[in-house]
Design a protein around this ligand. Structure first.
Ligand code: PNS
Length: 158
């Protein structure tokens, strides 16, 4: 079975992430969305909250699973026997860091491929950090994140 792995911090999941997940689910037999435990950023949502919000936001997609990983992504890939990492690319600004990570992962494990999917243009500026900032300063993020995420953001921040 062809399994694609879509890793990230998902703090929280946005409509931009969801767009990639929906499109990836049409390419792969199964997509595992994996939430990083050892993120260098200090997250607003706990690991469990980030996973629950993802599960709830993806429940209309049949071939999706949500999991978490600690340490190196390639070790998780080997554990679940997948060799495709899915990444979303928004703008040129994403490219350099993603390029570095893809090449480092390939150096560590040559059989694992990183597949980049171009974001949908209407979400190309969107990020979890910007969404949190807008809410922090009293703005609305309707339409930019799933409804359940929007409600949790207002609860957590305001
Ligand atoms: O949503 P993010 O914060 O852009 O996700 C980044 C993430 C978690 C995918 C990336 O930092 C990662 O893969 N971390 C795990 C450690 C690792 O394997 N690093 C890659 C070697 S360069």
């Amino acid at each position: 079975m062809r399994i694609g792995v879509y890793p990230g911090s998902f703090d929280p999941v946005t409509k931009g992430h969801l767009d990639i997940i929906e499109r990836a689910s049409k390419i792969f037999e199964e997509v595992i969305v994996v939430v990083s435990i050892n993120t260098s950023k200090s997250p607003l949502f706990t690991l469990e909250e980030r996973m629950d919000l993802l599960k709830e936001s993806c429940k209309h997609i049949k071939n999706i699973q949500v999991d978490s990983f600690n340490g190196l992504l390639i070790n998780y890939m080997k554990k679940i026997n997948s060799n495709v990492i899915i990444k979303g690319l928004r703008a040129v600004s994403d490219f350099e860091y993603e390029f570095q990570m893809a090449l480092m992962n390939r150096t560590l494990e040559p059989d694992i491929e990183t597949l980049f999917m171009m974001t949908t243009d209407k979400y190309s500026y969107l990020s979890s950090s910007l969404v949190k900032e807008v809410v922090r300063f009293g703005g609305k993020v309707t339409g930019l994140v799933p409804e359940i995420v929007e409600n949790q953001l207002y609860k957590k921040i305001l």
